[in-house]
Design a binder for this molecule. Structure first.
Ligand code: AMP
Length: 344
């Protein structure tokens, strides 16, 4: 049986002063017109760590009005919901404990909750808290009003350069924040990206993520097309696997499919391992965008071969573009939404 993570049956996310579900005059919740959770002033002071959880109200399903189904996941469903007192709108993810047990993923879910609960960034889907009853585990999540980015990508087949650059910059910032908290996401792909009311990107699904204090791991995880060379070769990997995925995602946004697709898994592995990257002729994509993914430089005097000068899809993980450099890249600067670039 899934054991509680904490002594109370709702654990506030704690680290987020903006995200507490607690009992108080306004139930600790206020929502602005964009649907952002805000703790009332009275609560904000208390809301500094998980130690507050034990003094918080125990939430049950009765505290929420349940609305339409938003989607179906592997272990349960996600519903639009509203906390009764505050009228605060959330997405309630309902997971069946029996299914988690049968699939032996309790530990993975526990880790997902622990990690996501401590992250607070505008481009990361907020986990406000969780509670459980006899059969189910409920995750109280930020509502992403425009749903899955993947659906939009399928609908448009590929994105234009400004839309792609804006999403990639937002994701680079979210990942930079994760890495600065020693979290590697390890499963970046369009299916794990949601969109807020204004179309802003929200990184979700931390099921494969890991706290990486040692920063060196071997587990093969994530989704085939997005695996990095070090992962397919079962070598030690670091947070640079997420930088690789940022390159794969840029390619998929711009060209409508992942770069190393092949008829079978083995061929995909081979292509990844060799970094067998080809840019199709259509749709037409600028050289700057291609250079962001992988830059091939002219052979310098005295050398006969052109060489690859880093950026994202490069085999040597240590040579991948640092996430802090993404916003200085010429393609990003030329195409990302000026609001994201600080209006410059
Ligand atoms: P998941 O179980 O996380 O894979 O979620 C299943 C589906 O529910 C997703 O593919 C989305 O369409 C939808 N969904 C999940 N979380 C949210 C959310 N926070 N806001 C809006 N829709 C969501």
């Amino acid at each position: 049986m899934l054991q509680p993570l904490k002594s109370s049956n709702l654990v506030n996310t704690g680290a987020q002063a903006t995200a507490k579900l607690s009992q108080g005059e306004h139930n600790g919740l206020q929502q602005d017109e964009r649907g952002t959770f805000k703790a009332s002033n009275a609560d904000a002071g208390q809301n500094t760590g998980n130690s507050t959880a034990s003094t918080s109200r125990r939430w049950t399903l009765d505290d929420f009005e349940i609305g339409k189904a938003l989607g179906k996941g592997k272990f349960g469903n996600v519903y639009l919901a509203r906390e009764r007192q505050s009228k605060f709108v959330v997405a309630l993810k309902v997971l069946f404990k029996s299914q988690l047990q049968d699939s032996n993923v309790e530990q993975q879910i526990r880790r997902e909750i622990e990690i996501q609960a401590h992250l607070c960034h505008p481009n990361i889907l907020q986990l406000y808290g969780y509670f459980y009853d006899k059969d189910k585990l409920y995750m109280v999540l930020e509502y992403a009003a425009r749903g899955e980015l993947y659906k939009e990508l399928v609908c448009c087949t590929h994105f234009g350069e400004s839309r792609s650059a804006s999403y990639i910059l937002s994701l680079a910032r979210a990942l930079q924040y994760c890495h600065s908290h020693n979290v590697i996401h390890r499963d970046i792909k369009p299916e794990n990206l949601l969109l807020g009311l204004d179309g802003e990107l929200k990184l979700a699904d931390f099921g494969w993520s890991v706290h990486a204090p040692s920063n060196r791991r071997r587990t093969m995880c994530g989704t085939l097309d997005y695996l990095s060379p070090e992962m397919v070769e079962h070598k030690i990997h670091t947070s640079a696997v997420d930088n690789w995925c940022l390159g794969v995602l840029t390619y998929e946004f711009l060209f409508g499919g992942p770069p190393f697709e092949a008829p079978d898994h083995y061929d995909t592995y081979k292509r990844i391992s060799k970094v067998d990257l080809r840019f199709p002729d259509s749709p037409e994509v600028s050289p700057e965008a291609k250079a962001f993914i992988r830059k091939v430089c002219e052979a310098p005097a005295g050398r006969c071969d052109p060489y690859i000068s880093a950026l994202l899809l490069i085999k040597d993980a240590s040579q991948r573009l640092p996430l802090t450099e993404v916003e200085n890249d010429p393609w990003i600067r030329a195409h990302a939404d000026p609001k994201l670039l600080g209006g410059q």
